[in-house]
Ligand binder design. Structure first.
Ligand SMILES: NCc1[nH]cc(CCC(=O)O)c1CC(=O)O
Length: 306
């Protein structure tokens, strides 16, 4: 099979996006000595609108549309995203081309005032831009206050100090990748604080019709990661949940070999009405479908919109 000698990877410009794209480039070069890999960077709507909460912008694919435009015109061969930012239904002509090995999917609590999340008192203000994180925290701690938090990872850490929040919640993977792990105060247990679909994974996107790229990608993809995130994305697609609703799904290998545990969360924005269940079995996609069936029967769609 003929493969391009020069592969162009499209990336956002944030430190995390660039880290992830360089990571993919390194994996590809290691798998294919002699392959030339180039990184093309661009801004997305989500990067430009840092002033407003993401859900209020309303559009889907806030961090992906410009990269998809570049894929459509072959200006890039592959777009590298945080999988969490990649909608579960892609625009026509675009396809999910796989994921390398996932990093931590957990949420991290960061505070300069408290030694762990459990020590945060009622009335404290926690900053997060995520509906899911807010709802999950409110469910257990209805007397916490919340502030919106936007911007790239460095900006958010600055805001923690400058705006005097009692703590912020961020993806553990982002802090690990940017070598800011030592900023983590504590990790939220994923059985209780169910992570976002695809959190901690890098998602590769390609144009339909460029199937020759699959042979180049094959050696850098991770089968267990793809099984897990595929199931999580089924859960999200069937519930029509995006990042603007309180939906979580985390599929993880169980202690018994061959078994998977699927953690599922759907709630109202205030966390009061909530469907929360973990189920174990040998087929991640089947677990996702069974949980969606049960959640729909229990009114998941109206709970998400409550
Ligand atoms: N929603 C923004 C976003 N998209 C991906 C990450 C971090 C990396 C990841 O979750 O894989 C973040 C920041 C965060 O959730 O704190």
């Amino acid at each position: 099979m003929r493969t391009p000698m020069n592969l162009k990877l499209g990336s956002r410009k944030s430190a995390l996006a660039l880290w992830q794209t360089h990571h993919v480039a390194d994996l590809l070069r290691a798998a294919h000595p002699g392959l030339s890999v180039e990184i093309v960077t661009m801004d997305t709507l989500g990067d430009q609108r840092t002033d407003v909460p993401l859900p209020s912008i309303g559009a889907k694919g806030l961090f992906t549309a410009e990269l998809e435009e570049a894929l459509a015109t072959d200006a890039v061969d592959l777009a590298v995203h945080s999988l969490k930012d990649l909608p579960s239904t892609l625009p026509p002509g675009m396809r999910f081309a796989g994921a390398p090995k996932r990093a931590s999917a957990l949420d991290a609590f960061i505070s300069t005032r408290y030694a762990s999340f459990d020590q945060v008192p009622d009335g404290a203000t926690i900053a997060t831009g995520s509906q899911r994180r807010k709802a999950q925290l409110l469910h257990r701690r209805p007397n916490l206050n919340f502030a919106d938090l936007r911007g790239n990872i460095g900006t958010r850490l600055e805001k923690l100090e400058r705006q005097g929040f009692d703590g912020i919640i961020m993806a553990h993977a982002a802090l690990e990748r940017l070598e800011m792990d030592e900023r983590v105060t504590s990790l939220l247990p994923p059985a209780e604080y169910v992570p976002a679909v695809g959190q901690g994974a890098i998602g590769l996107e390609a144009r339909e019709g460029r199937e020759e790229i699959d042979a180049i990608l094959a050696p850098i993809l991770d089968a267990p990661t793809m099984q897990a995130v595929t199931a999580e994305r089924i859960f999200m697609r069937r519930l029509e949940g995006g990042c603007s609703v309180a939906l979580g799904a985390y599929c993880v290998p169980a202690d018994t070999p061959g078994q998977w545990t699927f953690h599922a969360w759907v709630s109202s924005p205030d966390g009061r009405q909530c469907l929360h269940e973990a189920r174990t079995g040998d087929d991640p996609n089947a677990l996702a479908h069974a949980l969606v069936d049960d959640f729909l029967e229990q009114g998941a769609r109206s709970i998400l919109r409550a």
